[in-house]
Design a protein around this ligand. Structure first.
Ligand code: AMP
Ligand code: MG
Length: 417
């Protein structure tokens, strides 16, 4: 009889048994949300050239020192510099250049007088170049200019290995002209359901049959975690069908195969048997409720997690055992349950001392979380999960937590309130 593992032991066994792929190259445009496996040093400086931060007139600052509204400094305008302009002639002594935001400062200029502080407030690149400009306010050296390299120096470390790439990171990389980055690959995960009773959503519901909901719940969880989901379909309750489905996975091959149902002790639970005969089974039971029959092993040489068939068990099993693996494959920090302490409004029982996860609702009452159960707790009952915003945890070895006592609540992302 295989030993009954704790949730933590099972998680650790699975995590250490699923190998990571080598990093891959990804175009920067497609790299949002990916995890860097390299440090990025800037290949150039930003801004790449000194430019104006205002629409106005580029000047030699010392020539504006005596400017005032009562006695403006008047300079002939000899250059017109729009944004994107590449050949910047030098600014002659005693002259000004009309300049737009982002345009390169001409050699000789060291400041920009903003349009509003001149008599050319209406002047833009669509109007003809004025002959002169009268400046009402002096500017200091460097005023209204952005210096080359003031943001990023050439060679500077701008993004560290392990960074989860954010939209602004992508913007910076694009600004730097970086085209490819090295990231952890998106893990392909193959998924299948098993059972003679399962129907696809387009089939009519007939006596004795149910719709395959697990396939969709699990696909959603895996996709949200960042995996690429490969749908293998449904295996029927015979060994040939299970082998056929599993063999389909070999064509890809995925980093991990996940199934639901068929790993318990029933006469038609062939999934476990097929794994034992065509690979190896590491364990198939975990000391938890719901969802004790959790199997882990290899099909041929591909890691395999067999989740229970009951929808709530499959859901909780995927959060506990599949999510940590996917996060690790993606190079993300370990999965952290969001745990809050809550006061129970009713007792929670776990007579055989298994680690138990109850569907519940937590709400803040006068600054303290209160926890109550949602609906019927049968492990096949998905609606009570839909209504829950937390899983209330009874630790292993504890048989009851009475009403009024504190419970650890694992906050889920959704739930009716
Ligand atoms: P099993 O592990 O095959 O004994 O299945 C346990 C329970 O889960 C049974 O009531 C099945 O009908 C149900 N079940 C199995 N697979 C699915 C599925 N893909 N979607 C919904 N319920 C399922
Ligand atoms: Mg079954």
């Amino acid at each position: 009889m295989p030993e009954l593992l704790s949730v933590l032991e099972a998680q650790q066994k699975i995590l250490s048994a699923v190998p990571k792929r080598e990093p891959e190259s990804c175009s920067v445009e497609a790299a949002y949300g990916r995890v860097l496996t390299q440090n990025i040093h800037s290949p150039l400086e930003l801004p790449p050239f000194t430019n104006s931060s205002m629409d106005g007139f580029a000047v030699r600052s010392e020539e504006t020192h005596n400017a005032s509204a009562a006695s403006p400094v008047r300079l002939p305008v000899k250059l017109d510099i729009p944004a994107g302009f590449s050949k910047t002639e030098p600014l002659l002594v005693g002259t000004a250049a009309r300049i737009l935001t982002g345009a390169p400062l001409p050699p000789g200029a060291d400041a920009v007088v903003q349009l509003e502080n001149t008599d050319q407030q209406g002047s833009s690149q669509t109007t003809s170049l004025p002959e002169t400009v009268s400046i009402f306010v002096p500017v200091k050296k460097g005023e209204n200019t952005r210096f080359a390299g003031e943001d990023v120096k050439s060679g500077q470390l701008v993004l560290k290995s392990g960074r989860i790439l954010q939209p602004q990171d992508i913007g910076l990389l694009i600004s730097l002209g970086v085209r490819q980055v090295s990231v952890w690959p998106i893990p392909p995960i193959a998924l299948f359901s098993s059972g003679d009773e399962l129907l696809t959503p387009d089939q009519p519901l007939t006596p004795g049959k149910i719709y395959d909901s697990n396939g969709f719940v699990l696909a959603g969880i895996l996709k949200k975690a960042g995996a690429e989901v490969i749908q293998l379909g449904t295996a029927r309750d015979n060994p040939q069908s299970v082998v056929e489905i599993l063999d389909k996975a070999l064509l890809y091959p995925p980093d991990l195969i996940i199934s639901s149902a068929g790993v318990s002790v029933g006469v038609f639970d062939y999934v476990r048997q097929v794994i034992e005969e065509n690979g190896s089974l590491s364990f198939w039971r975990v000391n938890m409720r719901p969802g004790k029959p959790i199997a882990f092993g290899y099909y041929k040489n591909i890691p395999f997690i067999g989740l229970p068939g009951n929808p709530v068990s499959a859901y909780i099993g995927s959060l506990l055992f599949a999510l940590p693996v996917i996060r690790s494959l993606l190079g993300l920090p370990p999965f952290q349950q969001k745990l809050v302490k809550a006061i129970l409004t009713e007792a929670l029982e776990s007579p055989d001392g298994r680690e138990s996860f109850y569907r519940g609702n937590i709400k803040l009452v006068d600054g303290t979380y209160q926890a109550s159960l949602t609906g019927h707790q049968g492990s096949g009952n998905l609606f009570s999960l839909v209504q829950a915003n937390a899983l209330l945890i009874v630790p292993a070895g504890v048989k009851v937590i009475p009403a009024g006592e504190e419970v650890s609540a694992w906050a889920l992302e959704a739930g009716l309130d």
